[in-house]
Write a protein that binds this ligand. Structure first.
Ligand SMILES: C[S@@+](CC[C@H](N)C(=O)[O-])C[C@H]1O[C@@H](n2cnc3c(N)ncnc32)[C@H](O)[C@@H]1O
Length: 198
């Protein structure tokens, strides 16, 4: 969680809010997924949230991201509870053991490109939507899918709209879908979507 240490206040970015929402549903020993490991910040958050008895599966398609996440986890002695997979998140249903299907407590997506990496290696609407569809099958009742969507890069707005359409079409009897965005800043600020299974 990103804290303003001077005032001890949380800065409400899309990412910190995704952690806040996720914290409200993740319990010790849960099994969770980081669908886009990147530099490992979300993976660290998830690993600390589930604790020693929990498990985090992390996906990324770039070697450099899996290596960065491995290094970040190792520096905090958090490798033991994690399994990092150099795979697209649209393969998650076949990669997660079937004994965990329907029991995953949180699935976190942080879309776009790797900060500090190749800005052309971005998440794409087709694989993101397929991964979201698979996430619905993996998710526990009461569990949460969080999606931070970025509109400032080429293709970002299209992907964000695709995520919004996906979320808005889910049946309200089965899913609680929330959009959180800053409304007093420039229009390309990141947007947070959350899907809670009822
Ligand atoms: C914004 S970064 C993630 C930031 C990360 N969660 C963190 O805390 O540092 C987006 C990541 O998504 C990855 N990515 C792109 N397409 C993907 C896919 N189909 N499956 C999994 N990861 C993907 C990129 O390689 C990149 O590392």
């Amino acid at each position: 969680m990103q804290l303003d240490t001077n005032q001890n206040n949380i800065s409400f970015s899309a990412v910190t809010l995704s952690h806040l929402y996720a914290s409200s549903v993740i319990r010790p020993n849960d099994v969770v997924i980081d669908a886009t490991c990147g530099n490992g910040n979300d993976t660290i958050f998830l690993t600390e949230a589930v604790g020693n008895g929990g498990k985090v599966y992390g996906f990324d398609i770039q070697d450099i991201a899996i290596e960065a996440t491995h290094k970040a986890l190792s520096a905090k002695s958090l490798l033991q509870q994690t399994e990092l997979l150099l795979q697209s998140h649209d393969e998650m249903l076949s990669s997660i053991p079937s004994s965990y299907h329907g029991k995953i407590r949180c699935i976190m997506f942080n879309l776009g490109y790797l900060p500090g990496g190749d800005k052309h290696q971005i998440t794409l609407p087709s694989s993101t939507l397929e991964a979201l569809q698979q996430s619905l099958q993996l998710l526990d009742v009461g569990g949460l899918i969080s999606i931070c969507a970025y509109r400032g890069h080429d293709g970002g707005e299209e992907e964000e709209k695709a995520v919004e359409t996906f979320c808005s079409q889910l049946p309200k009897q089965s899913y609680n879908c929330i959009k959180t965005e800053h409304i007093n800043e420039q229009p390309n600020r990141p947007v947070l979507y959350c899907i809670q299974k009822l």
